[in-house]
Write a protein that binds this ligand. Structure first.
Ligand code: CA2
Length: 145
């Protein structure tokens, strides 16, 4: 049976592919889900991609993952830089957590250089564009083999 991976996305990422393509590219979250499902086939992983603009909803998605997912890939978006609540929720999750940023947060404004989530993440990918999600899926396959 395949192992379920939750791919969680924070605020404004519903606009992916529709605004600011010079920073975030042309692919949409639907494309990300398709690419991650493809990347998960060989290692036997299935994916559920979720997005919310609300911090508490993201916390509840992580609680849901505690019961229903073997691993979490998360792009917390702006909450990366502010949310102790999301960090605390991730600390209650027992499986691997991989953090993805589409842009290279270290090349951008100083306030984006720190991520609370990185204190829990088993790995961080930044600046690989939306391909970072599929790369994280590949690594998830290794971690859960
Ligand atoms: O590079 C990333 O993936 C970020 O997590 C994206 C966040 C930003 O606050 C982080 O510092 C880095 C912003 C997500 C906004 O998403 C949009 C997508 C398309 C158009 C407009 C916003």
């Amino acid at each position: 049976m395949s192992k379920m991976i939750y791919i969680l996305n924070g605020p404004n990422l519903n606009l992916l592919g529709k605004r600011e393509p010079e920073i975030y590219g042309h692919d949409t979250l639907a494309d990300v889900e398709t690419n991650c499902a493809e990347a998960g086939k060989r290692p036997g992983l299935s994916v559920k991609l979720l997005q919310s603009n609300h911090e508490g909803e993201l916390v509840e998605m992580i609680h849901d993952a505690r019961e229903n997912a073997a691993g979490i890939i998360i792009n917390p978006a702006a909450y990366s830089h502010t949310s102790v609540a999301i960090l605390d929720a991730l600390n209650t999750f027992e499986g691997p957590v991989l953090e993805v940023h589409i842009s290279n947060i270290h090349k951008r404004e100083a306030f984006r250089h720190h991520s609370y989530v990185s204190a829990r993440a088993d790995g961080v990918i930044a600046g690989f564009g939306v391909n970072g999600y599929a790369l994280a899926m590949q690594h998830m396959g290794t971690l859960l083999a």
